[in-house]
Design a protein around this ligand. Sequence first.
Ligand SMILES: Cc1ncc(C[n+]2csc(CCOP(=O)(O)OP(=O)(O)O)c2C)c(N)n1
Ligand SMILES: [Mg+2]
Length: 1013
Amino acid sequence: MSEKLLVPDIGEFEKVEVIELLVKPGDQININDSIVTIESDKSSVEIPSTVSGKIESINVKVGDKVSKGDLLLNIVSSKDTPSEKIIPKDAENIIKQAEAVLKDNKKKKIVSQVAVEEKKQTIIQVIDKKDIDPLETQDWLESLSAVVEKDGNQRAHFLIKELINQAYKEGANIPYTQNTPYINTIPPEKEKKSPGDQNIERRLRSLIRWNAAAMVVRANKKFPELGGHIGTFASAATLYDVGMNHFWRAKNNRFGGDLIYFQGHSAPGMYARAFLEGRLNEQQLDSFRQEVKSGGLSSYPHPWLMPNFWQFPTVSMGLGAMLAIYQARYMKYLINRGLIKDEGRKVWAFLGDGEMDEPESLGAIGLAARENLDNLIFVVNCNLQRLDGPVRGNGKIIQELEGSFRGAGWNVTKVIWGSYWDSLLANDKTGHLVKIMNETVDGEYQAMKARNGLYVRENFFGKYPETKELVSSLSDKDIWRLNRGGHDPHKVYAAYDKAIKNVGSPTVIIAKTIKGYGMGKSGESVNTSHQQKKLDVDDLLYYRDRFDVPLTDKQVKEVQYFKPDSNSPEIKYLKERRMNLGGFIPERTTYSKPIKAPAKDIFKFMKETTGEKKMSTTMALVRMLTNLLRDKNVAPKLVPIIPDEARTFGMEGFFQKIGIYAHEGQKYEPEDSAQLSSYKEEKSGQVLEEGINEAGAMSSWIAAATSYTNHDIEMIPIYLFYSMFGFQRIGDLAWAAGDSQARGFLIGATAGRTTLAGEGLQHQDGHSHLIASTIPNCVSYDPTFHYELAIIFREGLRRMHEKNENIFYYITTMNENYSHPAIPKDKDCEEGILKGMYKIKEFSKFKKTKIQLLGSGAILREMLAGAEILQNEYHIDSEIWSVTSFNELRRNGLEVERYNLLNPDKDQKVSHVEKCLGKSEGPIMAASDYMRINSDQIRPYTNRKSFYSLGTDGYGRSDTRKNLRKFFEVDKEHIVAYGLSVLAKEQLIPSKYAKEAIKKYNIDSSKPMPTKL
Ligand SMILES: Cc1ncc(C[n+]2csc(CCOP(=O)(O)OP(=O)(O)O)c2C)c(N)n1
Ligand SMILES: [Mg+2]
């Protein structure tokens, strides 16, 4: 049966151009196959077929303008897709509404059936904080205990919730309690026991502690400037060891591996363990923080410096927390898209309590809960200290964090007290012990651990007669031995076990420890603990005795490492534990398959002129991505990432085409459901729509850009953002991306100081390329025309994803619409585009005076227009160069210059700039939509030719593009006037021409520099 296929609802657009026919008469197509691409001046979308069948005739051609309801094609529908199946969207909406009303009515009915008598007006009020009826209280508490015993915690929790709900309905003012008492979340009887050999584990832990401290001390004995930390790992050793011995599964050929974000300055502990494992030798430990010679151990986790060891850079505080959250989310994304198997892998992040002050540390915890990231476990090491002193001297960091995480919806486990406290807490019948625990602030807790047992007896237990009595039979030594939860392997094991079994929410383990644990008077719980990198002989002897390290006094004085024989029970145990867990951690490996870059002609259409049609490079990019989505190798690997700006960039067509990732799918009908580009969230969605969250979007990008190593699957992340809210906003993450050897595209859209016209000072970007240039493995481009963009982008795909170079691309695109020429015929053009510059045009009519004009990005077109005026009105010849990347030109120049200086006797190399300009005629004038320093970068490589820069130094401001370019002196008129002035200065023409031009174009030579305005 023949059917008509019409243009669907395309939102507010009318008369939209058909730019591509994707089918022809006779083609057999399926539902949802794209049939034509249409394009407004802002975005392009593909129209999918709503029937399967054979195409009879096509009613439109490229260039036609279509609106909703226009006939696109006739199709003979297949038998298996009877036409009655397609219910028009409007009708479908009506049916859905009717169903909703019915459902609503039903609900109301049920409610009315159970409607209780009118609400009582009595309001429960707490009159007195004191218990007015202890017997009644006892009854309730006993009932609760009985429920816990008979039906378990879940049931008890349910009943309490119901009671609270009921009280709320009755009008009680329910106080929100963000905190539980200052005791462990897991009661002793609920602790899962560790199957490990505690004696061996303790011995191993002691050796790791010793060797970690020794490597820092030895390094600083040799070179006191090297620095390092002992106190951090000393406080966290148990937290790491329990994970290493029992929980963290390594990547191998059967399993993807858990991902662990180690706290940055606990790195010595990881090296010390790797030493016992036989992965590092003494010589390597002795090159801790001496990384210049190969084989040195990096100060902190840096994959760039130790690419086979470290996986995640974490030492810039706060980044680890965010990156881990988005990593866990990205892992679910890959699973939900069917790209990796769900193997129950976990992401663990170790964080310092001081580090939790960073806005980034807590900034994304809401997302983790919202997305039900039960593959995520945070361990916050609360040693109550940061660098300068206590984290919350007057408060309690553990309680504060508990409140924040509980409020955000996390599963919170507090590990505060070690096992020695269990019997005391069990005997605390009056509740006074818990009362003091709640009342004591961190400053006091810290001070106590810097003193001794007697001090604790008097100042802690001594607060109430009941608690003083509680410890009367304990010696001061016993009191001193009362340990903190984070140092107790039993408590830590139980917490980890509970965490990995938790379903539906992320877990945070908040563990209390002592900074500099075991370091004695030199570093234990003292304010200067963080900085301690040297231990004198007495301290070392104390440390040895404290952890029973089998070294003689002489060996201690020499700060020798200790490694048991490889056949010793300790080493055998250590290795066996790791073998059971699949291998060693941390370890960075890559087994991903490269992605074949699309054929060279994939963007052929972009090498042709757009003719009359005007478009921005942002739009050209979106067109290109739409094309890429048809490449079967590339399409599934693309990860478009947008922080709430899809419509700004004309990317709304992606919503329907590939869907927005949402772990719960779409539980609602979108407001615009009848439209072609309606908002579509789905579980297997491909777009990461991050909301207004550049740091989160960048974290997602990093997760995807390192997918090749963390998940062994090469992906192509493309993060599009307002260029001003890119490097400037998330610079530290971009630096970490470089360290992580990220591969992918960053697109600074709506770029340029004068090109994003109306948005003003905070939006107009005149320096993102400069920041990009500071990252050694970031390759950046500022293209003007669509063929430049296509060539750059394809090369990026080839270099990063096919050849697996560890680089990432930053490309700026603009929102100014103009027509694009065809690629010049010159055979070196493509190579020039990639190297950073090529000659785009030459005016050589008069053969008298010549100037070299270099233009980049938005300002190249001003250069071209200026050159035309110079030729026509002043008879000046010129060569115009399109500079696609001043940054790349400079890098090439630096390298060549260095080579030449270091090889004075060899054939001297020539930089690309010199190749282009070295022998050219006339002075050089360069301009971009960025600060002058952007084009100044190539000044040294022009073979000492005169070089002048124009640029947009100064704050941006709102105005038209024309006025802005005039203001910043980069418009064609300024180019002409400055060009003439440059020629006059070089004594190639009389200065009167320059003067005349300045007058003619109303250029106020007394106007201050734009930087001062
Ligand atoms: C963004 C950032 N700011 C400052 C530092 C310097 N710094 C290194 S460690 C540290 C204190 C860390 O305290 P905490 O997080 O409690 O870790 P702890 O050593 O106590 O486990 C500081 C401020 C840093 N590494 N990163
Ligand atoms: Mg701390």
